[in-house]
Design a protein around this ligand. Structure first.
Ligand SMILES: CC(C)(COP(=O)(O)OP(=O)(O)OC[C@H]1O[C@@H](n2cnc3c(N)ncnc32)[C@H](O)[C@@H]1OP(=O)(O)O)[C@@H](O)C(=O)NCCC(=O)NCCS
Length: 166
């Protein structure tokens, strides 16, 4: 894990820095208005950022839909990947969702995004099928992934160890 990383709720004032990561990481970045709208959803939005030395290193976004956490977006800047930050963001989001009554975890990921699919599999996500032409920018298919009951499986142990605490 990286030292001295602070993970906290995303604020409107963070959007500019989040957009820098969006533009660096994704060929088709979200617009800032998307984040603004999401942050306005109140308790059902779970958007979190990771900082070290005043620098934004990554973020995660999710919506709480009944008892389901739906991950909408996540990214870690390339030069700090494979150091546990993505895991810390994901586990923290799951912890927050559990506290709000969630039980299931789902997401869509681009079929070509093999790295992210591998990352999610590590946490017990299974690939349920495809949403054909889901991404309107390229027409690419989305792989639907779900982690089953988050009170069981890999998250259970990670949460019991205190991971994902602020
Ligand atoms: C997916 C992503 C958030 C992972 O962040 P990260 O900080 O590198 O993740 P972690 O360091 O916590 O990785 C945990 C484990 O996941 C797996 N993993 C992570 N990246 C991987 C990759 N590129 N290839 C294969 N396995 C990978 C590994 O098992 C890794 O453990 P290890 O480094 O000890 O082998 C990051 O690669 C990213 O920002 N990708 C681009 C944006 C993106 O695709 N977002 C998802 C959109 S749905």
């Amino acid at each position: 894990m990286l030292g001295e990383v602070e993970i906290r709720e995303m604020r409107v004032a963070d959007i500019e820095a989040v957009m820098d990561i969006e533009r660096e990481v994704f060929p088709f970045p979200w617009a800032p208005e998307f984040f603004l709208r999401e942050l306005g959803r109140g308790e059902s939005a779970m958007y979190r950022v990771a900082f070290a030395d005043g620098r934004l290193l990554g973020f995660i976004g999710a919506n709480l839909l009944g008892d389901e956490i739906h991950i909408t977006n996540m990214a870690v800047i390339p030069d700090v990947r494979r150091r546990g930050l993505g895991s810390a963001l994901l586990v923290g989001c799951v912890r927050q969702g559990l506290e709000r009554g969630a039980r299931w975890l789902t997401l869509e990921v681009r079929e070509t995004n093999r790295d992210a699919r591998e990352f999610y599999r590590l946490f017990g996500f299974r690939e349920l099928g495809l949403r054909r032409g889901y991404y309107c920018d390229t027409g690419e298919d989305a792989v639907i992934m779900a982690a089953g009951d988050i009170r069981e499986g890999p998250f259970r142990e990670l949460l019991a160890r205190g991971e994902g605490n602020d």
